[in-house]
Design a protein around this ligand. Structure first.
Ligand SMILES: O=C(CO)COP(=O)(O)O
Length: 248
């Protein structure tokens, strides 16, 4: 059985005052699903101290352990600050920082070296979907962004269609199911059935309380990676509740 995971990506939002939101989120953490919050790096230490019942993650790490990389943060530093997870290869990093699959793969290796769980993001653009290239894009990103050595403990994969992020547009449940079943089969083929079946697969892109339940009933959806609706406990906790209400 894969433990369900509700993950929040705060992106570049939140100052110290936002940490109060974690208190209500932490209360929801005893009901089954694991809850992961990835605040800006400046808040990781305080978030981890304030809400020990939540998993706390970074939103990126450098591929190297240390060195002359001004402004960057290593995986070991995230771990030292209290993080247990790190989001890697988010489409905003791929677009804004010119990150490619090889970069994500190197960062993933660094995350594992530091003992962090990597939440590797994949997803097609609207042009790619309209050209019927979605599964090819996902196959390439999975193969290129995940190093050998994945396990159900060190890897989570998030399917985030770029066109669904922050837009209010959500794929149909059939479209989500097609990609998630495809990702499951790809992981089983590459890493073997045991590992392939144990890696958790999240859907991300305009998840809200109103659509969460339908999404969580899709096969091979083990949870969500939530952006805007993870900033406030009043929005995020109902999503966690919807996840806990699903029995598959
Ligand atoms: O990018 C996302 C999470 O990583 C999704 O963002 P939204 O939930 O705001 O669409």
């Amino acid at each position: 059985m894969r433990r369900k995971l509700a993950a929040g990506n705060w992106k570049m939002n939140g100052s110290g005052a936002a940490l109060a939101e974690l208190d209500e989120m932490a209360k929801a953490a005893s009901n089954g699903a694991e809850i992961l919050v990835c605040p800006p790096a400046t808040l990781i230490g305080a978030a981890a101290s304030r809400a020990p019942g939540l998993a706390i993650g970074g939103q990126d790490c450098h591929a190297r352990a240390s060195g002359a990389h001004t402004g960057d943060i290593s995986a070991a530093m995230l771990k030292d600050a209290g993080a247990s997870h790190v989001i890697l290869g988010h489409s905003e990093r791929r677009a804004d920082h010119d990150e490619h699959d090889e970069d994500v793969r190197d960062k993933c290796g660094a995350a594992w070296e530091a003992g962090l769980v990597a939440v590797v993001c994949v997803g097609e653009t609207l042009d790619e979907r309209e050209a019927s290239n979605t599964l090819d894009i996902i196959a390439g990103q999975l193969a290129g962004s995940i190093p050998d050595g994945a396990t159900g403990h060190n890897l989570v994969v998030a399917y985030e269609p770029v066109w669904a992020i922050g837009t209010g547009k959500v794929p149909t449940t059939d479209q989500i199911g097609e990609v998630h079943d495809f990702m499951r089969a790809s992981l089983e083929r590459r890493f073997g059935p045991g590992v392939g079946r144990s890696v958790r697969l999240l859907y991300g892109g305009s998840v809200k309380a109103s659509n969460a339940s339908d999404i969580f009933h899709v096969s091979n959806v083990d949870g969500a990676l939530v952006g805007g609706a993870s900033l406030k406990a009043a929005d995020f906790v109902p999503i966690v509740d919807a996840l806990n209400a699903v029995s598959h």
